[in-house]
Design a protein around this ligand. Sequence first.
Ligand code: FAD
Length: 408
Amino acid sequence: MSEPTCVIVGASHAGTQLALSLRQGGWAGRIVLIGDEPVNPYQRPPLSKDVLSGTKSLEHIPIRPASVLESAGIELVLGRRVEAIDRDSKRLTLDDGSSLVYDKLALTLGAHPATISLTGSDKHGVYYLRNLADVEQIQPYIDVGNSAVIVGGGYIGLEAGAILRQIGMRVTVLEALPRVLQRVTAPLVSTFYERLHYQKGLHIMTSSLVTSIEGDEYVERVFCADGSEFDANLVIIAVGVLPNTGLAERAGLRVEDGILVDEYTCTSDPDIVAAGDCTRHYNPIYRRRVRLESVQNAMDQARTAAATLNGNPEPYHALPWFWSDQYDVKLQIAGLSQGYDNVVIRGNPDIGESFAVFYFEGDRLLAVDAINRPGEFMLGKKLLMQGADINKARLADESITVKELLGA
Ligand SMILES: Cc1cc2nc3c(=O)[nH]c(=O)nc-3n(C[C@H](O)[C@H](O)[C@H](O)COP(=O)(O)OP(=O)(O)OC[C@H]3O[C@@H](n4cnc5c(N)ncnc54)[C@H](O)[C@@H]3O)c2cc1C
């Protein structure tokens, strides 16, 4: 009997972790990892941080050194896109017309930037920011004294804006909603970031709806619905991402804003698992289905998927966590704050750059945003993972240290 083949489609955080965990967990057959980007799997978060600033490049950010994949016997197929899955014959068709048969299939397809339809968005100098290839297109426009407009005041837009500002560009962030980070944080955290960027000389315009981009061949100006206009040599559109579900949909798998997976990462086909940004899954801590966009989820879900494929299923119940770096400010988030109705704050968000916000629904802790507060992040993680209660008055009292709270 020939050895079983597991094919993993999508060679990034989830795909690479899945391949390695699969081998470590005892899979003796072939493992083929296919990715449509032409380079070895690399970490995506630095793209809006050290790679955009030019302080790091591809060789500094491998997810794992190529030698690790090689010695695990993982066959890496790069620069190839899987176009179709025939589930009856368990055969994949690739974009060069070749085909590949699988016994088990893993989809780690990730996400792609949400687009906005704008006159002029096809001009040189207007880009999205998801892949290394996007950064390579952006970099020639980065220069001291040039002007950049970032469309979207979410994490990626603000991180990119901070880098360009530090390089010495004039930067304006245009956000359609009344405050930055509105979908993910409390108003006081948005206010903190608006102040931080203002102090660094970056302009944030909220409630600003971009209507068109003008210029000849190259972008020159961005116009908003209220008639305001902004000079721009570079425009980065960062208005969120959408899961890559087309391949799964065409194959008849269940998709609802993400490939639907159960707690073992199985899709509606028992021979196909999925992990990472492309999935929607049930989170037992929050008792609802979520679609997450984070390295933590990609890696942890991939480990669960590998265990499932190796015949050792363990339900996925990881606590979501995330981080964002802007200037010298590190934000660490544990949990999901949606649905909160009250907060407890440690530190003063109006002064300095260090405080933490604990989000509660009634007395139940949902999440923590820790700004330059690694201790509070650890505390929040521990409480959330244990489902433990915390006395809010003690939590708010900064004379009680994190260590004491952790001890309690
Ligand atoms: C600029 C930026 C900054 C970020 N910063 C942070 C951060 O600070 N912290 C954090 O936790 N997260 C951050 N993220 C999010 C994080 O990078 C993602 O959550 C993570 O990359 C998800 O990993 P993934 O493997 O699920 O998907 P992806 O990284 O999207 O990888 C999917 C891969 O599959 C490929 N693919 C898709 N379809 C096919 C196909 N049919 N055939 C072959 N290949 C295919 C894609 O091209 C891609 O290479 C950031 C993301 C970006 C873009």
